[in-house]
Design a protein around this ligand. Structure first.
Ligand SMILES: [Zn+2]
Length: 683
C-alpha cells in the first residue's frame, strides 16, 4: 500500500519518504528485535524531522514496516488454546469437582462470539496484532487492529506483554450498517480484521470493539532490555483490573466463590442462567460463559490436557433448533437498495423466543437452500441472535401447524400454503424499478425509491439523535407524501405533522423542536447522518476534515480524487462512493444548503488551531465519547496520546478517573475538566 503525498514539493516528498523508511527500519529493530543500530536521540531526531514535515504521516503511528493485513503469519509466543466446552449442568459440576482441590474461586466472563485477537505490546507499544489462526500461528492484522477505537497503541505500562481477547461488532451498528452485506456480526468482525484495505467492502474495523480475557507477560530473559520486569499477580481478577488500568477493555468479569462443591456449582449454573436471560439484551453476540480458576499458581498446578487447559471451561448456550413451516417470503428494500428476503414462518419457539419472521439473507441463499413456500424448514439459532432457516425438509403436512401460538398467546390460525417455489422479484417491491444482481444480492438502483427513502430518513434521524421521529412516523410522513427526500423534513409545518393520524399536539411540537435543533450542524455530522453507501461515521469525519465546507463538498470532482485518497484508510472505491453519492444527490444537496446551516470543519492538519503544540491524554467518563473528544482535539491541532508521562501537557479527566489522574497529579501534569478543555478550543 503506497502513501501518496500531496502539497509537498518533490524534494520534501522525497525526504519524507526517506525518513518514513528509516523510522520503519529503526523502530522495527528497536521494538521488535531489540537490536537498535542508532541511539534514542538519533531516532528522536528522525521522528521530529518527519513530524515537522508531515505531522499526520501514518508512519508516526506505527511500529515497523506496514504489513498488509493477512499476508504475514505470526507464531504466537503463547499459544491461543481453545477451552474445554460444556453445554449441560452435569459438565459444569464435573468441572468443579475436578478443580476443587485447587480452590473454589472462579472468574466468569461472557463468551463473546467474534474473532479472537492477540495484541503484542513491547515497551508498552502495540507492535503486532494477530488472529488466532491455528492457535500456534495466526495472521498479522496490526493495521486493522489499530483502527479499532478501544485498542490503545500504547499502554500506560511500558513493558512487554500479550493481551488476548475477542473482537466483536456492536449489534446495533451491525443492524444499521451491515445487515445487508454480511450474515452475522462474527463473520463481519473476522472479515474486517483480515481485509487488506478498507475498500474491500467487508466492514470498517473502526466499527469493532476489543474485549480482553487475559494477559501474559514476556519472561524477563526474553523481554526488551529497557522494559520493566514481568508483573506477577496472585489472581486472574487482579490481572483483569490491571488491564483496565493500563487502558485495555476487559470482558466484564464476575467472581464466583463457593464454600463447597455444591454451592460453587450452583453459583456457576446461576451465572449461566443470568446470561441465558441477559443474552437478548447484550450489545454483542454472546455464545456462552467462560469460567476460569482465579488463582494463577493453582492453574499452573492443574496444567492442561492435550487439547485444553484443565482450569477453564467454556459453557455454551445449547444450540437451539426447531422446525416450522415456511408460509411466504417477503422481499424488502433496504437503505442501500439491497432487496432482501424475509421468511414468514408459522410461530415457533427458539431459545425461548417466538419467531415468526426469519432472515434468508439474500437471493443467493434462497437459491442455495432450494426452499419452497409450504416447506417444513429447520430454524436454528447458534451464537447468532437472529435465528435463521438452515434447511428444508420437503413439503409440510397440515399437522406441522398444530399447537402453534403467537408470542401474545393467541392460537395460530393460518392455513398450510400451497407448495410453490419462491418468486424472485425482477422489479423493486417498493418502486417498481428493475432490479440488478450484485453478487448474491438483488439491488434497486433508484435513489428516490420510497423504501430507501424511509430507511434513509430513519438513519438520518437516528444519527442526529432525533428520537421523537421513529419508524412509524417516518412511514406515515412518506405515505402521506409529505416527504420525498431528507431535506423535505425541514419543510414540514406543525400543522402538517398534527394532521397525521393519532398525532398529539405535544408529540408534534416535540418533532418540530427536534428538527429545529438540527438545522445547524458541522460538515462531519452532516456527512455521517447522510449515510452514503460505504461511508460510515469514521470515514465521514475523515472526509470532512479534508473537504471542510459544504460548498467544497458539492463541488467535488475527479480533480479531488488525489487529495481524497491521500487520507489514511481511503482508497479509490471509497473516494468514488463519496463523489458518486454526492453527484447522484445534487438536487438534494442544493436543498440541504438552502435549508440547513452546515458549518465548516477545521482542516485536519490545520496548523493554526488553538491546541497546536500541546499534547492531551483523555481519561474517565465524560459527557461524550472519548473518541469524539480526541477527534475534536486533533481537529484543533492538538496531539492526543494514550499514556500519561512527564512530557504530557494536559490530562482531560472525567468522572471516575483512575490511575492516569493519580499519575498526572504526581507528575505535576495540568488536569482539565471537560468545560476547561472546551474553553481552550475557543480561538
Ligand atoms: Zn426501489
Amino acid at each position: 500500500m503506497g502513501w501518496i503525498e500531496f502539497g509537498h514539493d518533490d524534494a520534501t516528498a522525497a525526504r519524507i519518504a526517506v525518513l518514513a523508511e528509516q523510522i520503519a527500519h529503526h523502530s522495527h529493530l528497536y521494538y521488535n528485535l531489540a537490536t537498535p543500530e542508532i541511539s534514542d536521540a538519533e531516532f528522536d531526531a528522525l521522528w521530529d524531522e518527519l513530524k515537522s514535515l508531515d505531522s499526520e504521516h501514518p508512519q508516526l503511528r506505527r511500529v515497523g514496516a506496514p504489513i498488509p493485513p493477512g499476508s504475514v503469519k505470526v507464531e504466537h509466543r503463547f499459544p491461543m488454546r481453545s477451552l474445554g466446552k460444556a453445554t449441560d449442568d452435569e459438565e459444569v459440576s464435573h468441572f468443579v469437582a475436578e478443580t476443587t482441590a485447587h480452590g473454589r474461586r472462579f472468574v466468569a466472563q461472557p463468551k463473546l462470539d467474534g474473532s479472537a485477537l492477540s495484541l503484542e505490546y513491547r515497551r508498552g507499544r502495540l507492535v503486532r496484532a494477530a488472529t488466532r489462526g491455528s492457535g500456534e500461528r495466526g495472521e498479522d492484522v496490526t493495521l486493522n487492529a489499530l483502527r479499532i477505537p478501544n485498542i490503545p497503541d500504547r499502554l500506560s505500562w511500558e513493558g512487554d506483554c500479550h493481551v488476548r481477547g475477542e473482537v466483536v461488532m456492536h449489534l446495533e451498528v451491525f443492524r444499521e450498517k451491515y445487515a445487508d452485506i454480511a450474515p452475522n456480526p462474527r463473520n463481519l468482525a473476522a472479515g474486517s480484521l483480515r481485509q487488506k484495505n478498507i475498500d474491500a467492502g467487508k466492514g470498517d474495523a473502526s466499527d469493532l470493539a476489543f474485549h480482553a480475557y487475559d494477559v501474559l507477560f514476556v519472561p524477563d530473559d526474553e523481554k526488551h532490555p529497557d522494559s520493566p520486569e514481568a508483573l506477577q499477580f496472585e489472581n486472574d481478577s487482579e490481572a483483569i483490573a490491571w488491564l483496565r488500568d493500563v487502558g485495555i477493555t476487559p470482558a466484564e468479569e464476575v467472581i464466583i466463590e463457593g464454600s463447597n462443591d455444591e454451592d460453587t456449582t450452583q453459583g456457576l449454573l446461576d451465572e449461566t442462567k443470568r446470561w441465558t436471560a441477559g443474552r437478548e439484551n447484550a450489545p454483542w453476540e454472546i455464545d456462552g460463559v467462560v469460567f476460569k480458576l482465579d488463582n494463577l499458581a493453582k492453574r499452573e498446578l492443574l496444567g492442561q490436557t492435550a487439547h485444553h487447559p484443565r482450569w477453564a471451561l467454556a459453557w455454551k448456550f445449547p444450540p437451539e433448533e426447531a422446525t416450522t413451516v415456511l408460509l411466504d417470503i417477503d422481499w424488502q428494500t433496504g437503505r442501500t437498495g439491497a432487496v432482501t428476503p424475509v421468511a414468514r414462518v408459522a410461530p415457533v419457539v427458539v431459545s425461548g423466543v417466538t419467531v415468526e419472521n426469519t432472515t434468508l439473507h439474500n437471493v443467493g441463499e434462497v437459491e442455495r437452500l432450494g426452499v419452497s413456500i409450504g416447506d417444513k424448514v429447520r430454524v436454528v439459532r447458534r451464537g447468532d441472535v437472529i435465528p435463521k432457516i438452515i434447511e428444508t425438509m420437503g413439503p409440510a403436512q397440515a399437522s406441522d401447524l398444530e399447537g402453534r401460538f403467537h408470542a401474545d398467546g393467541e392460537q395460530f390460525a393460518g392455513a398450510l400454503p400451497t407448495s410453490a417455489p419462491p418468486q424472485i422479484p425482477t422489479d423493486c417491491p417498493e418502486c417498481g424499478t428493475e432490479l440488478s444482481l450484485d453478487g448474491a444480492f438483488l439491488r434497486c438502483s433508484n435513489l428516490s425509491c420510497s423504501a430507501r427513502l424511509a430507511r434513509s430518513i430513519l438513519y438520518w434521524c437516528r444519527a442526529l439523535e432525533m428520537d421523537g421521529i421513529g419508524e412509524k412516523l417516518v412511514d406515515q410522513l412518506c405515505d402521506a407524501g409529505l416527504i420525498k427526500t431528507i431535506p423535505d423534513l425541514y419543510r414540514l409545518s406543525t400543522e402538517q405533522v398534527l394532521g397525521l393520524e393519532r398525532m398529539a399536539e405535544k408529540s408534534a411540537n416535540n418533532v418540530m423542536t427536534q428538527l429545529d435543533a438540527t438545522r445547524e450542524m458541522s460538515l462531519d455530522t452532516f456527512l455521517s447522518a447522510l449515510g452514503l453507501p460505504g461511508i460510515g461515521p469514521e470515514l465521514a469525519t475523515a472526509f470532512a476534515g479534508e473537504i471542510c465546507t459544504m460548498d467544497a463538498l458539492i463541488c467535488l470532482s475527479d480533480d479531488d480524487l488525489g487529495r481524497l485518497i491521500a487520507i489514511e484508510g481511503v482508497g479509490e472505491t471509497v473516494a468514488y462512493s463519496l463523489m458518486d453519492g454526492i453527484a447522484n444527490r445534487s438536487e438534494m444537496m442544493g436543498d440541504f444548503n438552502q435549508l440547513l446551516n452546515i458549518t465548516e470543519v477545521a482542516k485536519t492538519e490545520d496548523p493554526s488551531g488553538p491546541l497546536v503544540g500541546f499534547s492531551f491524554c483523555i481519561t474517565g467518563t465524560l459527557t461524550r465519547p472519548r473518541k469524539e473528544i480526541a477527534l475534536q482535539t486533533k481537529a484543533a491541532g492538538g496531539k492526543v496520546v494514550s499514556a500519561v508521562s512527564g512530557k504530557l501537557d494536559y490530562l482531560i479527566a472525567g468522572e471516575n478517573a483512575g490511575s492516569k489522574l493519580e499519575k498526572a497529579t504526581r507528575l505535576g501534569v495540568k488536569v482539565l475538566n471537560e468545560i476547561e478543555w472546551e474553553a481552550m478550543l475557543q480561538p
